[in-house]
Design a protein. Structure first.
Length: 481
């Protein structure tokens, strides 16, 4: 039985060996037709295996029953093991070979299809690159940029996706492809790789437009920012002008100089914008209307800021002169005010009452000195007022000068009264002294021999009466001091 069983196994084992050999031998199909032929053969081998399945299974079961006999020969177990393992291994190798052949066929077909498709996508990408251009309406520019970025992303993903598939197809094909055919495929793929530059060109073009759009947005924002600032700067200049009478000249100058510095900074920004405009916008006669709007706005802003800068410069120059005149004014006021305070104090103290002509004359000198000081210091006040009148605005100074003049007038009135009174007093007192001296001299002369005939009682009485009247007038004047 065992020898008969071994003879029965032999053709089936040889069959499995044949299938194993056909499933593991080297293959090198050079085209898809070759692959189809190999697939057809391998499918037949699988059909044959399937046809033999029941027969082989029956033989395996038969062998297992013989092995149950205790007198079985040792070689029977190895024969049976060879059939069982041979069947499983052959089945697996045959299945693996059919899968490899099917993958190879798919790779051949996909390789051809993907090559055609990727060429179409590359040509589409080239056409899309031609459509990319700068737009000078900010909203349209960003809308178009988003559109181009979308198209780029889609094109890039499509081309690179197809290229990666082709690389994968090539890897599968190279598992069975002959060397000469491999070189041909490698050459084709290398030529394709050179065409992939369209992806980087597309990306570069979109990147440039992206950079342009952001620069245009920054340029537009800068112009709008300066335009908003111009409103505030103009208002600041008007505020300085309108409130200048409420500020010290130093404050006016400081505030105006701050505005000048701010304008100077904006002028530098405008210069930078002018440089950016040359780089961003088209030049020449045929300029798109959207770009022309930016150009005209830059011209308007440049002129406005230049005019504003000149106005502020003039104001600053005027206010700078005001500082000099203000200093002259304050110097005069500082000299005049302390004297006026002292003069007001002296004017309220009144005059001392002299007891003789010498004291009256000394008082007259004092009063005349006081009156002269009034005149001299009033000239100082007038000079200060003249300096103030040269300032751009002198409302504050006018009010202060008016107040000082009012106080001065009161002092001057008193000084003039004093001069008048004291001059009259000195005159009367001098007349009194002269009359007394004259009377004494006349009396003394009448006592001599020469004057005996000249003495007249009537004349003496007249002179004494006159002397009495002068004395009364003098006393009255003293009392009125």
């Amino acid at each position: 039985k065992c020898y008969a069983y071994g003879d029965e196994l032999k053709p089936h084992v040889e069959f499995l060996d044949g299938i194993m050999l056909s499933s593991t031998r080297d293959i090198a199909p050079s085209c898809v037709e070759n692959v189809d032929e190999l697939i057809e053969r391998q499918e037949k081998s699988l059909v044959q295996l399937e046809t033999k399945r029941n027969v082989v299974n029956d033989l395996i079961e038969k062998g297992k029953k013989i092995l149950e006999n205790p007198d079985k020969p040792k070689f029977l177990e190895s024969h049976l093991e060879r059939l069982v393992s041979g069947w499983d291994d052959t089945k697996q190798k045959a299945q693996e070979r059919i899968e490899l052949l099917q993958d190879t066929k798919d790779a051949w077909l996909d390789y051809a299809e993907n090559n055609d498709t990727i060429i179409d996508e590359i040509e589409k990408g080239i056409e899309e690159i031609k459509k990319i251009k700068k737009r000078f309406n900010l909203q349209n520019a960003f809308d178009d940029l988003a559109k181009r970025q979308n198209i780029f992303n889609t094109t890039r993903d499509s081309i690179m996706g197809l290229y990666n598939k082709i690389k994968k197809n090539m890897e599968v094909m190279f598992l069975t492809l002959p060397d000469d055919k491999k070189k041909l495929i490698e050459k084709e793929v290398k030529a394709l790789e050179e065409k992939l530059v369209v992806v980087s060109q597309f990306e570069e073009k979109v990147g440039k437009v992206d950079s342009f759009c952001n620069s245009l947005k920054e340029f537009d924002g800068s112009l709008k920012s300066i335009n908003d600032w111009m409103v505030g700067a103009t208002k600041e200049l008007m505020d300085i002008r309108n409130a200048s009478d409420k500020m010290a000249p130093e404050d006016r100058v400081a505030r105006t100089m701050d505005l000048q510095e701010d304008i100077a900074a904006k002028v530098e920004i405008i210069k930078k914008n002018a440089e950016n405009e040359l780089a961003l916008l088209p030049q020449g006669d045929e300029v798109p209307s959207d770009a022309q709007i930016f150009k005209e706005e830059l011209i308007r802003i440049t002129k406005y800021v230049a005019d504003l800068q000149e106005k502020v410069r003039i104001e600053c120059d005027n206010f700078s002169e005001d500082v000099k005149f203000w200093a002259e004014y304050k110097t005069g006021i500082k000299e005049f005010t302390p004297w006026l305070n002292q003069a007001e104090s002296a004017s309220t103290e009144g005059l001392s009452k002299p007891t003789n002509l010498q004291e009256a004359q000394a008082l007259a000198d004092k009063v005349h000195g006081f009156e002269k000081a009034c005149v001299d210091h009033f000239k100082v006040l007038e000079a200060a007022e003249a300096a103030a009148n040269k300032m751009t605005t002198h409302k504050q100074a006018d009010a202060e000068v008016a107040e000082l003049k009012g106080r001065y007038s009161k002092v001057k009135v008193i000084a003039d009264e004093w001069v008048k009174k004291v001059d009259t007093l000195v005159k009367e007192w001098a007349l009194l002294d002269n009359t007394v001296t004259e009377l004494n001299a006349w009396v003394a002369k009448d006592k001599t021999q020469d004057g005996e005939n000249q003495f007249s009682l009537e004349k003496m009485e007249s002179t004494l009466g006159e002397l009495k009247n002068i004395f009364k007038e003098k006393e009255k004047l003293v009392d009125n001091l």
